[in-house]
Design a protein around this ligand. Sequence first.
Ligand code: SF4
Length: 170
Amino acid sequence: MNAQVLSGIYMHYYSVCQRKMWLYDRGITMEQESDRVLEGKILHENAYNWLSQKEIMIDNAFKLDAIDGDYVREVKISSKLTKADYMQMLFYLYQLDLRGIKKKGLISYTKERKTEEVVLNEVAKKKIKTAIAKAYKVLDKPTPSPISNMPYCKKCAYYAFCYASEEEEE
Ligand code: SF4
């Protein structure tokens, strides 16, 4: 594992595909992924301009988009990966909870113009603790998890990387 501690993006990638998280950790970054990250960065920079608490770094470990009263806020381009977005938000809420800060989460989807609330109850806490432990195990492995072969692969920035041998065969 390259990173010293997990960040929210790790939890997002873990929820989408364990292999994707492993590749990202090892510094394998695809151009398309950089574009997507840049797109997200621009979105984040322009969101929540009415809030004073934006882009908050916690213990040099992870960054929150914004804090709005009792809520941690995240903005996403679309709701295509809601489970991963949910797990990423749970990760933030859990990390804050470990530091004695109780917050709820709001994820805003700009394309669909909707906002989802996320609450860190006991069930959710158990879920995120298990996911974190499993993510560390995946990252400790010397090789990436197998290709997941799911519909999302075609949209994934690592598609060409993962399916390179198949493309050669075509
Ligand atoms: S292309 Fe598929 S298998 Fe490869 S990293 Fe992306 S989601 Fe995972």
